[in-house]
Design a protein around this ligand. Structure first.
Ligand code: FES
Ligand code: FES
Length: 192
């Protein structure tokens, strides 16, 4: 049932016979939703709770525009069903910074002019947040020469490889790499 006094309780009634209840936290806000079990996590974000910062590019897991963070790990939200995320803690681009207090990666993307149309940018930034924590944890990539190393140096080729799941049709790649490199080498690396 919808609690009309709670704006974070949203009900979707297209197919009442096969609805599922899900409770999940998005950007620190708890949502209770009743959904068609076929709803993707991307559609939950965009269509049900109206957080449209996360973009739908291909809807097939190929462009990275829909990248978000679930439990601190980056995933493509178009490839996962919302009902699989009951109880999960989700961060979208709206949860990373605000116009008055930009996330260090958001500031770096502006500083480096790392976008043109901007459609891929939320996914690029969420992906970069996840990627920086993966590198800090010592996870190797296909570009890592010594996979046994505990310290991964984020060279441009490492960044390109680790961000290769995020397509930019405006081809802002050199500036995206520069922005991520600035943050990875700067004082903010430990907090992103
Ligand atoms: Fe999800 Fe393209 S919209 S990867
Ligand atoms: Fe246009 Fe990347 S800035 S798709």
């Amino acid at each position: 049932m919808t609690d009309e006094t709670d704006p974070n309780t949203v009900e979707h009634k297209d197919s009442e016979e096969s609805e599922y209840c899900v409770a999940l936290t998005v950007n620190g806000q708890l949502y209770h939703l009743t959904l068609d079990p076929r709803t993707s996590l991307l559609d939950l974000l965009r269509e049900h709770i109206r957080l449209t910062g996360t973009k739908k590019g291909c809807d097939h897991g190929q462009c990275g525009a829909c990248t978000i963070l679930v439990g601190g790990r980056r995933i493509t939200s178009c490839l996962t069903l919302a009902v699989m995320h009951d109880g999960d803690d989700i961060i979208t681009i709206e949860g990373l910074g605000s116009p008055d207090a930009l996330h260090p990666l958001q500031a770096a993307f502006i500083e480096r002019d790392a976008f043109q149309c901007g459609y891929c940018t939320p996914g690029q930034i969420c992906s970069a947040v996840g990627m920086l924590s993966e590198a800090r944890a010592g996870w190797p990539s296909h570009a890592t020469a010594d996979v046994g190393t505990e310290h991964v140096e984020l060279t441009p080729s490492e960044i390109r490889e680790r961000m290769s799941g995020n397509i930019c049709r405006c081809a802002a790649y050199p500036n995206i790499v520069a922005a991520i490199r600035d943050v990875s080498e700067g004082p903010h690396n430990e907090i992103v």
